[in-house]
Design a binder for this molecule. Structure first.
Ligand SMILES: [Zn+2]
Length: 305
């Protein structure tokens, strides 16, 4: 039987995938349109991106379901396609591995608003949306669920609980940190620091503690976050920083960090104790290919010692 994701990554660090959203835009998705619906309307384009990651050496790939909750899909009047979109998301990653033994990570991103009393959504609406999405991902055979790009404990908790209640074999919580203006530290938009985030996730039954995306969170900052996680938890850790800072060029968002720039931070991140390394916005299959090579060399040298 296939090992649980959280057990497999304790034995040997694993390489995840790179960006999906920015890759969909390169494939023709217009800004503001529903990328998740492409699981049904343009499956070949989603598959081509994920196949690119699988071929580059990703061992676990996130489903194209970041905005696949009812609340997010409702913005595009696609709320009645929640189940189909999430199911197709899992099937596409499975197909991308082409028979290889990869891990399918069901992706749940933020619901995209604020809960009462700050915003318009009730806790029960958000809970219901996450439960529905998590159940669809698990029913379709996801090996894990990641609750990602999280900034608040309230929403993170609803996601973790939904994934656990759905029977997800592994639950990953992943926070998006922003480097503070003075550059001295980082915390989420809602003021959560990494130590508290890791403690909170462990307390509520997550199996893996992660970070992704964020502002100013490069490979070096990701390494710092992993080190800070390590001071409070023994759970396995996952890091997927962006390919540098987004810049607006001719109305298009571009990311500058080349695979060669980014890979310099890979071994330090692994040495700090990251069990899974991937990359977020702006990264490409080429970033993952370069990561793969560096990671293989690192693992081989570690075995020789
Ligand atoms: Zn990102």
């Amino acid at each position: 039987m296939k090992k649980l994701f959280q057990d497999a990554i304790r034995e040997r660090p694993m390489l995840a995938d790179g960006a999906m959203g920015t890759q969909l835009m390169l494939a023709g998705l217009e800004q503001g349109n529903c990328g998740e619906e492409w699981n049904l309307t343009h499956p070949e384009k989603v598959l081509a991106i994920q196949r690119g990651y699988a071929r580059a050496g990703s061992e676990c790939i996130l489903t194209n379901t970041f905005g696949g909750s009812r609340i997010m899909l409702n913005r595009h009047s696609k709320a009645d396609e929640v189940i189909e979109i999430n199911k197709a998301g899992v099937q596409l990653v499975r197909a991308a591995f082409n028979g290889r033994d990869g891990y399918v990570i069901g992706d749940i991103g933020p619901f995209g608003g604020l809960m009462e009393p700050y915003g318009d959504f009730t806790e029960s609406q958000v809970r219901g949306a996450f439960e529905e999405q998590a159940a669809a991902l698990v029913a379709a055979g996801a090996d894990a669920i990641i609750i990602e790009t999280q900034t608040s404990f309230e929403e993170l908790l609803l996601g973790i609980r939904a994934a656990r209640d759905a029977g997800a074999p592994c639950v990953i919580g992943s926070m998006a940190y922003d480097v503070t203006l003075d550059g001295s530290t980082f915390r989420t938009m809602m003021g959560v620091d990494p130590e508290r985030a890791a403690e909170f996730m462990e307390e509520h039954g997550a199996h893996v503690v992660g970070l992704n995306c964020g502002t100013g969170m490069d490979m070096e900052r990701a390494r710092e976050a992993v080190e800070r996680y390590k001071t409070v938890t023994r759970l396995p850790l996952m890091a997927a920083p962006n390919a540098g800072q987004p810049r607006l060029v001719n109305q298009k968002i571009v990311y500058d960090q080349t695979p060669e720039d980014m890979v310099k931070g890979l071994v330090p991140l692994l040495e700090a104790g990251a069990n899974v390394v991937g990359a977020c916005c702006g990264s490409t299959p080429e970033h993952i290919r370069v990561f793969r090579k560096a990671m293989d060399e690192y693992l081989a040298s570690r075995e020789l010692k």
